[in-house]
Design a protein around this ligand. Structure first.
Ligand SMILES: [Zn+2]
Length: 285
């Protein structure tokens, strides 16, 4: 978060509208998670120190609030763009959310932030076609689980394979063909990534004609990232951001909400977020 704050502290971002992240009430979390899961997370939060939910996912006494603020921020961003008070939005929050399944925390994630934002857009704003595009280097298994049988959503994930969590094969298509998984081999560079998007992801998004585009914006497909072996650079993130904004412009009045997921090389993360937000500002102007 410090790396992102520093990057977005540059003069070119001075005109951004900045909002505090509200704490999500249970009602929002219940759009995707069962009540006993909320209790389980609450009970796991230690008074002091760290508690390990699994090998990757650790919580301290601030974790539930932080994860709830990520959800609250994503839903507030949906409200802003649906109300016409912002053209698009970037939700700079951690922890990420796209690995949290219905009743299982995973991969640093407690709640399915972007899936909850999608359900919120459907329930609160009456949308019937919400696209969720996940370009984090890891498969968005949690988002896929939460939206698997959701006819109103189209979930697209491109990710390195083989790589943790191991899911995200092309045969995983959702209950209604509403899931598109595009695995990429280690070493995939920006040119190959763009060609895959132009051949597969963007045409299918156009056919879906979303009323709102949500993005799981992970920046760990960057070539400097220590967690994976894709070879993207800032310009590739700017390119996909522009392409997704163009989809939103064609079908959704430009409405796009991007939620931070991964990104673990701090200089690459800051520079990639700056490239991403720069395009959101240009396209939203
Ligand atoms: Zn990731």
């Amino acid at each position: 978060m410090d790396a992102i704050d520093a990057a977005l502290g540059a003069a070119e971002f001075a005109d951004l509208l900045r909002h505090d992240a509200p704490l999500a009430e249970d009602a929002l979390l219940l759009l995707c998670h069962p009540p006993d899961y909320l209790d389980r997370i609450r009970l796991a939060i230690p008074a002091a120190g760290i508690y390990q939910l699994d090998a990757d996912t650790h919580v301290s006494n601030g974790s539930d609030d932080a994860a709830r603020r990520a959800v609250g921020a994503a839903c507030a961003a949906v409200d802003l763009v649906m109300g016409g008070r912002a053209a698009n939005a970037f939700v700079a929050m951690r922890p990420p959310g796209h690995h949290a399944e219905r009743a299982t925390p995973m991969g640093f994630c407690l709640y399915g932030t972007v899936a909850i934002a999608a359900r919120h857009a459907m329930e609160r704003h009456g949308l019937s076609r919400v696209a969720v595009v996940d370009f984090d280097v890891h498969h968005g298994n949690g988002t896929q689980d939460l939206l698997w049988d959701e006819r109103r959503a189209f979930f697209v994930s491109n990710h390195q394979m083989p790589l943790w969590p191991g899911s995200g094969r092309p045969e995983e298509r959702g209950a209604y063909g509403n899931v598109l998984n595009v695995p990429l081999p280690p070493g995939t560079d920006g040119a190959t990534f763009r060609r895959m998007c132009e051949d597969t992801v963007l045409p299918q998004l156009d056919r879906f004609a979303p009323e709102l585009v949500l993005v799981s914006a992970g920046f760990d497909a960057h070539r400097d990232d220590p967690l994976a072996q894709l070879e993207l650079v800032e310009e590739d993130f700017a390119w996909i951001t522009g392409a997704l904004c163009d989809i939103a412009a064609r079908h959704a009045g430009g409405r796009l909400v991007s939620c931070l997921e991964g990104g673990y090389d701090l200089p690459a993360l800051g520079a990639s977020v700056a490239a991403h937000v720069r395009v959101l500002m240009e396209k939203g102007a």
